[in-house]
Design a protein around this ligand. Structure first.
Ligand code: AHG
Ligand code: MN
Ligand code: MN
Length: 334
């Protein structure tokens, strides 16, 4: 029997091939992320059983244990696994108002990790796929160490060293890029390891699925409404279907593998878009581009956006070249 390639092995070999001088610290950091996501996957799989899907804030389960919401558990798993890994100076999460500084590595830590610990969490209660999204940035080098932790975090997406997500779906998958293509690994629960299952993922050049929350469509800016009408009209020569899960990770995962387009345009209730730039749009855009797709906010490339705050929102349109190019004819850059 041949030995299957684990994510760890893959990352080490990629580093050896592309950056022979690398110290291995980056691989060590990534193993902190994979460990945390295995812990999260184990909790997600038990969600209905363990009474952990209830509201946070001290509700007790049947054993009298304090019930914690899965978002909080997932956040803690990432903070713990990364915080004692070495080399992570700053962590920033959807769940925390401010960046968290690693006590252990503040002085020498080279990396900043930004994450959405549990994406699509409203789907937990109904047993639908959720995910974890992460983005890894380099901390400013020594001479700039007077920077605040927030300044270390607020870097544009094109500066990401690596990004990825885990989708807790019918299987658990880890999808990752370090700027050299996108690879996917599936968790083998019998051995607790992520094994390569989707090497060198390429997003199809076009697809036949569009994905958006159509209940908001009446409040999308006119160009988006016209674009959706164009997709439905058949004028493009394609017959489109619509799919919308409401977990960005799951909706993007489908878009990555099948092609097509995901849209979260500005709406009446979220005039700047709803999704978060730093830990949703940026990592997803990096993966999309690395797989041959595109990602914009309707006026510019997501990866070129200058962030101004940790929890900043953005519109996000991401998908195959053909659908993204057609979109640009309806929604023109500013
Ligand atoms: P989170 O659970 O991390 O807050 O993210 C939810 C996000 C994202 O996963 C999804 O694409 C979007 O919210 C769905 O929003 P609508 O319910 O407005 O469609
Ligand atoms: Mn999210
Ligand atoms: Mn979340």
């Amino acid at each position: 029997m041949s030995t299957p390639m684990t994510v760890q092995q893959h990352i080490l070999e990629e580093q050896r091939r592309l950056r022979p001088a690398a110290s291995g610290e980056f691989s060590w950091l990534l193993s902190g992320i994979t460990l945390a996501t295995k812990l999260i996957a184990a909790q997600v799989r038990r969600a209905g059983l363990a009474d952990i899907a209830g509201a946070a804030g001290g509700a007790a389960n049947i054993q009298g244990e304090v019930v914690q919401k899965l978002d909080v558990i997932a956040n803690q798993a990432l903070l713990n696994c990364l915080g004692n890994r070495g080399n992570v100076a700053v962590m920033a999460s959807e769940e925390d108002d401010e960046p968290v500084v690693s006590q252990r590595d503040w002085e020498h830590g080279k990396y900043v990790v930004v994450f959405d610990p549990l994406d699509g969490s409203s789907n937990i209660d109904v047993n639908v796929s959720v995910g974890t999204i992460f983005s890894i940035l380099r901390r400013a080098p020594e001479p700039d160490r007077f920077r605040t932790p927030l300044e270390d975090v607020l870097q544009p997406g094109f500066k990401q060293l690596a990004a990825g997500y885990v989708v807790y779906g019918s299987s658990t998958m880890f999808v990752y890029t370090a700027g050299n293509g996108v690879n996917g690994f599936t968790l083998d629960p019998s051995i607790g390891a992520y094994l390569i299952s989707h090497p060198n993922i390429r997003m199809p050049a076009s697809g036949s699925i569009y994905s958006c929350n159509e209940a908001n469509a009446d409040t999308f800016p006119g160009g988006y409404r016209k674009y959706l009408a164009y997709l439905r009209s058949g004028e493009s020569g394609r017959k489109y279907s619509s799919r919308y899960i409401g977990s960005l990770v799951a909706d993007f995962h489908r878009t990555l593998l099948k092609g097509g387009i995901f849209l979260y345009p500005p709406t009446a209730s979220h005039p700047s878009g709803k999704l978060r730039l730093m830990y949703e749009a940026n990592p997803i855009a990096f993966l999309a581009e690395q797989a041959g797709g595109k990602a914009t906010d309707g006026t510019m490339r997501i990866l070129d956006k200058t962030p101004h705050s940790l929890h900043e929102r953005t519109a996000l349109m991401v998908g195959s070249g053909a659908e993204m190019e057609a979109l640009a004819r309806f929604v023109s850059p500013a």
